[in-house]
Ligand binder design. Structure first.
Ligand SMILES: Cc1ncc(COP(=O)(O)O)c(C=O)c1O
Length: 429
């Protein structure tokens, strides 16, 4: 019996379903990791994989980056958490405020989901309103209000988006407080705000929504979001928990939007649990008084030091490098698709891309939504990539890191070609 099989058996005895993290599950069950270094991981049975999940977008410099490890080791010897502030929270907040014009104040928290909850509560306190408006199928973590319509489907999504519970037992009161609109649809946004704008505390968007093609919101929609939220007195929240990796000053620095509040997570913690809300001083100061936030591990110096080391290593040149590499790899994949005549496509921006097993345009959640055959093709592609020692996310999404090298790139294209060939053979196209 392999080590993974053995661990799996033990896990089933103590963890419901044998796992605590649904987003990393794949059939029959995931293997267990022993270690990670740079762009590779080794599992408990000694198999080596190129890791293109980077913990779903966290590890922008891959595993165990030497400067991050040194920062953590130094801090661990000095103490891991205190019921007092440490200078490290100021250092990381200063770095963020220096990079992004709209960041004048930062509040740290421990996860992206908590950051979203904090931003929504702040918007409610600031406006005295309770509703939020979000985009259909766009993920913002697991806060009750933010997770509405995360996975709606043709069975329940209606002609125009409606609030659909993600978790059975969601109170009707939660559904009543969430309005849902279509990504990139300016008319629909305008109509909803005209009807309900004075009850809406905030409009929350991901500026590069993964389940809408992993490309930036279109510029008309971004302009409408800013103008209409101002006109109706709602706050605009950008969720850059993932999108902050698209530029030195985040997605807003690159594509605009000038949000009032921004939620952050993932890369800013250097591989340790983190979340943050950043924004204009006026809103941040006023809401910090009204909405207290005091998680036990908030701004712990291990996370703050790891985040600072990681972000300092992520200079303008590193972003350039990620951008060029992402484009080069996507182009390589596209050439393979064309040569094989494979019924699939690669869509993405900068250091992230997704593989879709159809050729329709993906512009919003409805055009993204996968048929049963597409889900099967996605799972099979993921499996064939694994057989070629490349780990991608189960949704067939790739997160690149700065440490992916030329050998890794060659391996990606080799595995991609094998998996795309398998897809062609399995569809009979
Ligand atoms: C855009 C976005 N917002 C929020 C979250 C939630 O972050 P966390 O998993 O740290 O709670 C995620 C997680 O993937 C995310 O992608």
């Amino acid at each position: 019996m392999s080590q993974t099989d053995n661990l799996r058996r033990r896990a089933l005895e103590v963890l419901p379903g044998g796992s605590t993290r649904s987003a990393v599950w794949f059939d029959p069950y995931p293997f267990y990791v022993a270690s990670g270094s740079g762009s590779h991981i080794v599992d408990v049975d000694g198999r080596d994989f190129l890791d293109l999940t980077n913990n779903l977008g966290v590890l922008i410099h891959g595993h165990a980056h030497p400067e991050v490890v040194a920062a953590v080791q130094n801090q661990a010897a000095l103490g891991s958490c205190f019921a007092l502030p440490t200078p490290s929270e100021i250092d990381l907040a200063e770095l963020l405020c220096e990079r992004v014009t709209g960041f004048e104040r930062v509040r740290f928290i421990n996860t992206g989901s908590e950051a979203v909850a904090l931003a929504i509560k702040a918007a409610r306190a600031h406006t005295g309103r309770t509703k939020i408006l979000k985009l259909e199928g766009v993920y913002h973590g697991n806060y009750d209000f933010a997770e509405i319509s995360n996975y709606s489907s043709p069975d329940n999504w209606g002609n125009e988006p409606v609030a659909v519970a993600t978790v059975p037992g969601t109170p009707q009161g939660v559904l009543d407080e969430v309005l849902v609109t279509q990504t990139n649809d300016v008319d629909m946004l305008q109509r909803i705000l005209a009807a309900e704008g004075d009850a809406i505390a905030a409009v929350i968007v991901d500026p590069v929504p993964p389940r809408c093609g992993m490309t930036p919101l279109n510029s008309d929609f971004i302009a409408a979001l800013r103008d209409l939220t101002r006109a109706h007195g709602c706050l605009l929240i950008y969720d850059e928990v993932i999108a902050f990796r698209f530029g030195h000053s985040g997605a807003q620095g690159r594509w605009g939007g000038d949000p009032d509040l921004t939620t952050l997570g993932k890369i800013i913690g250097g591989g340790y649990p983190v979340g943050a809300v950043a924004g204009k001083a006026e809103v941040m100061e006023a809401t910090a008084k009204a909405v207290s936030s005091s998680g036990t591990f908030t701004a712990n110096p291990i996370t703050m030091k790891a985040g600072l080391a990681s972000m300092q290593a992520l200079d303008e040149a590193a972003f350039e490098h990620l951008e060029t590499m992402g484009e080069r790899i996507r182009e390589g994949c596209r050439q393979i698709i064309e040569r094989l005549g494979a019924p699939m496509q690669v869509s993405g921006t900068g250091s992230i891309f997704s593989i879709y097993f159809h050729q329709r345009d993906v512009v919003d959640y409805r055009s993204y939504h996968k048929s049963a055959e597409e889900v099967t093709a996605t799972e099979r592609f993921h499996q064939v990539m694994l057989e070629h020692n490349v780990l991608i996310a189960p949704t067939a999404t790739v997160f690149l890191s700065t440490v992916v090298d030329a050998d890794d790139e060659a391996l990606i294209l080799e595995a991609f070609e094998a998996a795309a060939t398998d897809h062609v053979n399995s569809t009979g196209d």
